[in-house]
Design a protein around this ligand. Structure first.
Ligand SMILES: O=P(O)(O)OC[C@H]1O[C@H](OP(=O)(O)OP(=O)(O)O)[C@H](O)[C@@H]1O
Ligand SMILES: O=c1cc[nH]c(=O)[nH]1
Ligand SMILES: [Mg+2]
Length: 218
């Protein structure tokens, strides 16, 4: 398993992440959504470097040109709600990809301290032998990602799994490293944070990504 922490490189991605985290800037929900999307676009570009390529001959008005283009069939999957904008960023880059959606969300108990992860439905194409990119901006315990992957396996065995996230906790990275297939999983994180609080929120993190993008829910 490869674990790639993009914050270890000095790139403009770090600016997008710092704006998401900033308690004042993040109040501008349009900017928050756009930054999530921009990170999706940038991460998709990084993932594109790991795909298989073949030469494509193109007719131009003046002659022919040969360009290496990616050949892998790609399915971009996302976890509602917070994943939606991130997904859109990936789709801007991989515009020919198929798409899958999983409704996995935290259902809190009365005390709001404990929760279980609830999956209601999935909408997915066949994923057999395709490159599966699982996108979710927050990887806190890793539970939603794991359950979503298990649900998607009912649609076939992917050739490779990319877990793509903006902020992961150390704990979730360790959890995914144990629970996803070693030989064909890559984890991409724009940042990896040290801990979770008692409500399983990432610290320092950025808060609740779904609420910041779309408003609070009941
Ligand atoms: O790694 P985990 O511990 O499973 O937590 C991460 C999940 O929590 C968030 O979704 P949330 O349940 O808040 O739903 P929302 O996107 O609708 O706000 C986030 O987008 C992940 O899906
Ligand atoms: O820190 C966290 C954990 C789960 N979901 C979020 O949006 N943020
Ligand atoms: Mg949320």
């Amino acid at each position: 398993m490869r674990i790639i922490n993009l914050s270890e490189q000095n790139t403009i991605l770090n600016r997008f992440v710092s704006e998401l985290r900033d308690v004042n800037i993040q109040k501008d929900s349009m900017r928050f959504r756009r930054n999530v999307e921009r990170i999706g676009e940038t991460m998709a570009y990084e993932i594109s470097k790991t795909l298989n390529y073949a030469p494509l001959e193109t007719q131009t008005p003046l002659g022919t040109s040969i360009t290496n283009v990616p050949t892998d069939p790609i399915v971009i999957a996302t976890i509602l709600r917070a994943g939606l904008v991130f997904h859109h960023g990936f789709l801007e880059c991989f515009d020919k990809a198929e798409n899958a959606f999983v409704s996995a969300y935290r259902k809190y108990r009365e005390n709001h301290q404990s929760f279980h992860i609830h999956i209601e439905y999935i909408a997915s194409p066949q994923i057999e032998n395709k490159v599966l990119i699982l996108t979710d901006p927050m990887l806190a315990t890793g539970g939603s990602m794991d359950l979503s992957y298990q649900a998607l396996l009912t649609k076939g065995e992917p050739s490779h799994v990319h877990i793509a996230t903006i902020i992961a906790s150390k704990q979730a990275i360790e959890y995914c490293a144990k629970n996803f297939p070693q030989e064909k999983t890559t984890i991409w994180a724009a940042a990896i944070d040290p801990e979770l609080n008692e409500s399983a929120y990432i610290v320092p993190g950025l808060g609740d990504a779904g609420d910041l993008a779309y408003g609070e829910k009941e």
